[in-house]
Design a protein around this ligand. Structure first.
Ligand code: PXL
Length: 265
């Protein structure tokens, strides 16, 4: 059995976060395990705004203790952490054992967080978790923020952002151009420390689909847990997200969500 572990937040509609991660793990045939960092509850009576509650840091530590004691796990995905104290707990848990791969989806903002706290959270993520990551998967906005760039207009810009972020710790960086990157294709760049691989798929619609980023990072994690190379894992993950967006599920929320079950390897 291959085990994949996620440290992420709950998003109750099932579109993103922990729920998307576990569905992705299951679909790719790995045994999913997880530690919950926070609970996000969209508010249907307030424009689906994010309501955010952190899980107490000692409970985050206890969950990691339970998971890491129960199995030999060497591959983990980190999603939304949401609070500086959560980041301290996750940093300590990560440092309690060696890892083959730490896949970081650097979720930077959530609408429900206080702006002041959000900045502290971003700084802590960059200083304490990014250096522990072997693979980071920033989206357009996160890549601009982490790389200190105003915008990403060309493939060269995506590569530059990835290389700058790799300079802060992770050997591999996948920058996701997504809907914000100009042109007809959804373009991702994998930087491996020496060279860039460009992955393209035609954009499907012009709207964001919830859970795409979570699914991509979780799929990379599942494939790495099975022993794939990073390049191979990223290729499967891109195919899974493309299939999942094609088969997206509509909801009363502002965004459709990825259907992981559409992917047949
Ligand atoms: O898609 C980013 C994300 C990650 N994790 C949780 C979320 C969201 C977005 O809503 O709620 C828990």
């Amino acid at each position: 059995m291959n085990f994949a572990y996620t440290i992420a937040g709950s998003e109750a509609t099932g579109g993103a976060g922990f729920q998307a991660d576990l569905k992705t793990f299951q679909q790719l045939g790995v045994y999913g395990m997880g530690t919950l960092t926070c609970i996000v509850s969209f508010d249907p009576n307030d424009g689906w705004n994010h309501r955010f509650v952190p899980v107490a840091p000692e409970v985050v530590s206890q969950q990691m203790e339970a998971a890491l004691a129960s199995q030999d796990i060497d591959t983990v995905k980190i999603g939304m952490l949401g609070h500086p104290d959560t980041i301290d707990a996750v940093e300590a848990g990560l440092k309690s054992q060696p890892w083959r791969h730490v896949v970081l989806d650097p979720v930077l903002i959530c609408k429900g967080q206080e702006p002041g706290m959000a900045l502290d959270t971003d700084t802590a993520l960059r200083e304490k978790i990014l250096p522990l990551a072997t693979v980071a998967t920033p989206n357009y906005f996160e890549a601009c923020t982490l790389a200190g760039m105003d915008g990403l207009k060309t493939v060269e810009d995506l590569v530059e952002a990835a290389a700058r972020i790799a300079g802060q710790g992770p050997q591999y960086v996948v920058v996701k151009g997504g809907i914000d990157f100009p042109g007809p294709d959804a373009v991702d760049v994998l930087w491996d420390g020496e060279q860039a691989t460009v992955l393209r798929a035609p954009k499907i619609g012009q709207e964001r689909v919830s859970g795409a980023g979570c699914t991509l990072a979780a799929a990379i994690t599942a494939e790495l847990a099975k022993g794939a190379s990073v390049a191979g894992a990223v290729r499967v993950a891109k195919d899974m997200v493309t299939a999942g967006i094609e088969a997206r599920v509509s909801a009363r929320t502002p965004f459709d969500t990825v259907w992981q079950g559409a992917y047949r390897g």
